[in-house]
Design a protein around this ligand. Sequence first.
Ligand code: PGA
Length: 236
Amino acid sequence: MGNWKMNGSLQTNQALLGELRELYDRTCGSDLVVCVPAPYLAQTQQLLDGTPITWGGQDVSAHDKGAYTGEVSAAMLSEFGSRWALVGHSERRTLHGETDQVVADKALAALRGGLTPVVCVGESLQERDQGQVAEVIERQLKPVLALGDEAIARLVIAYEPVWAIGTGRSATPEQAREVHALIRKLVGDAGKNVPLLYGGSVKPDNAGELFAMDNIDGALVGGASLVATEFYAIAN
Ligand code: PGA
């Protein structure tokens, strides 16, 4: 799953999606998803409709409609063919003050709108250094898990240690494995089939060792998803 963040233009998107479409080979066995800036959903739909590559938003409003200037609803994402919405990306949590409860509200709004929420969690470097990883992950997931078993079964969860995002410093496969095992335990029986993605400086040269770990079912890829050959190499 690629997270373009605030990158792209009509011209570069066309080139990137065109290349991805050409590279994508059903035999690669991975699902490819791109999460694009909202203004490019129509273009993405136009270029990817009928291909095996799916798309989604990078955020979604907790509300269904109304006086929420600047927000984009799940129904709006859906209307442009989105299947997914990232919620609680660390950049939303830190730069936009999203609380754990807001993230859960957004996940619920996504589900109401027929989207699969991709709930992002992860600790800061300071929290890791202070031995608080498990505590942080549990705290972040608590209101999401309170949505109940039916909701849990429909989630995707991405573990993205904040210190690994955009830094070129990925978590080690062992560090990621540990947290993924914890998340798998927290989602319980209801979430036994929930895909768990790792994110944070995933590149073609470290993807293999991460994906070899138990409970790492895929990746949420930022920088490398902007280069078709790199993104495809990770999926492949
Ligand atoms: P990165 O970003 O791959 O550039 O580290 C990951 C993300 O923020 O989802």
